[in-house]
Structures are given as structure tokens and as C-alpha cells.
Design a protein around this ligand. Sequence first.
Ligand code: MLT
Ligand code: MN
Ligand code: ZN
Length: 305
Amino acid sequence: MHIHVLGSAAGGGFPQWNCNCRNCAGLRRGTLRARARTQSSIALSGNGEDWLLCNASPDILVQLKSFAAAQPARALRDTALRAILLVDAQIDHVTGLYMLREHRARWPLWTTRPVREDLERGNPIFPLLDHYCGSDWHEIALDGAAFAIPQVPGLRFTALPLRSNAPPYSPHRDRPIDGDTIGLAVEDMASGKRLVYAPGVVEIDARLSAAMRSADVVMIDGTCFRDDEMIALGISKKRARDMGHLAQSGAGGMLEQLAQLPPATRKILIHINNTNPILDEDSAEHAEVRAAGVEIAYDGMEIEL
Ligand code: MLT
Ligand code: MN
Ligand code: ZN
């Protein structure tokens, strides 16, 4: 399995256009040792030629420019992206669909039913896309059964319904139901190697925990270091938990959860908010995460499994 991180930041990216928090201002001024990051998306492939886009970020055009494998140039109009899967209906994961409207065929598009409903009503990208290339929707079932995406051979997927939050334009905002947010367990059918990808999750339940324990690589919600991070900065009244994200620090936090995994498991934080102190490579929090054997995803990160 080939994993390519297109965007490792949460919604807003890093630096965020209107933000002057310590991180964003420091990066802009060049006084902070950190990497800029675009919004949340990864690409997956079994054979290195046919790729699944997992989440379509508002930054997709920039992301594709620095991902050579995405443009094999076999025809006048071409792409190695063969299908798209969305783990939720949030802006940072779906807005890139607008930028992919010039596709030469209907996009094979995989989502859960609640995500499809949000993208038909509150944020009607699906009907809008019908005026351009259009899409063929495939339902991701929540019954735990593995499924294949025929355009992306060699990989087998299982949806993990996750506790998080639904977008503000969803009827389920603050009262999420199963399928508003999923994680993915992905198995390479040739090597048997497994990835768990879960960029938005507030609670590690038994099913997610079991999938994480049997994975070789876990790429998981790295949004905030502290639950009250946005409140402490005066940016928001919301805790990470209210937004559907489990913070890294504290009792029951992500670092504690990841510490329970086998030592050989690669543990990688992804979907990192621009306020998160781990982005500052000289911070105590960055050092704490690295000392715990946890990696911090960056744009362009590649993993072969
Ligand atoms: C989230 O992950 O909580 C959302 O993407 C936040 C946002 O809309 O930027
Ligand atoms: Mn997000
Ligand atoms: Zn900021």
C-alpha cells in the first residue's frame, strides 16, 4: 500500500489566512521552526498507479501540483485519481470537489448515507457537481463488512463509525449519528499490511481500538494538544471535544490511547489545527509527542506498507 499525505492540517490550514496566533504569526514572520501545512487529505494506492483520494481538501490544486504520481500524462486530459472517498461532510474534506469538476468522467464517490444527505442539502455539492462532470455515489455501509473500490485494486476497506461531530449545516450538528464521521481500516490484500485513518474522532471505542491494535500504521486525529486550546487563546468558546476531536494531552487523551498500541505500530497525528503547539518544532509539546514515539504528519509524507 502506498500512502501519500496531501494535507496534514485541520480546517483553515497552517498558517490560517486570518489568524495571528503564536503559531500562525510565527510561521509567517519566519521566527517559528515549523512547516506550513495544507488542509486534510490523503491518497492511497495498492499498485502505485491507481489512487483513491480520501477527502477532497480546498487546497487540492496546490496539493496535486506537488504529487507527481497524480499526473501520469497518458492523454491530453489525465489523472491517476480514480475514485474519491469522504470520511465526513466537513468543509475541509469536501470543498476540493469543486476543483475536480473538469474530470472527463463521472467521479466514483464513496460516502456514508448521512454524508451524502449533507452534501445534497446543507452543503449541496453533489447536485452542483452534476452541472459539471457529475458523480456516481456508492454507499459506505456501517455494518463492519469489508468492501473493495474497483478502480483502486489491491486494497480492502472497512468503515469505522466514529464519535465526532457533524458539520454546522447538518441536521445532526451536536447530536451526531452513526455515519456522520467514519474512520477507515485499509488492508493491502497482497502484503496483509493495515492502515487505520481517522482524522476526526473524539472517543476511541472498542471497534476503533481493535482496528488500531491490528494496524501497522495509525494516522489519527491530531487537531488539538489541549482540550481547551482554542478557549485559552481566545479564538473560540469551544473545546476540542465539542468540535468532535480528542485532544492529545490529559487523562484519556490521544497520547495515552496511543501508548497502549504495540511498540512496532507507527503512530502518526494528522489533521493538526494551526493552534496546536506540536507544530512548533522547538516546543515542549512537540518534544513530548516525539518522546512518546508518535510522529507528526506533514504534507508530502509518504509511507509504503
Ligand atoms: C472539524 O474538523 O472540526 C472541521 O473541519 C472544522 C472546520 O470546519 O474547519
Ligand atoms: Mn476537519
Ligand atoms: Zn493560528
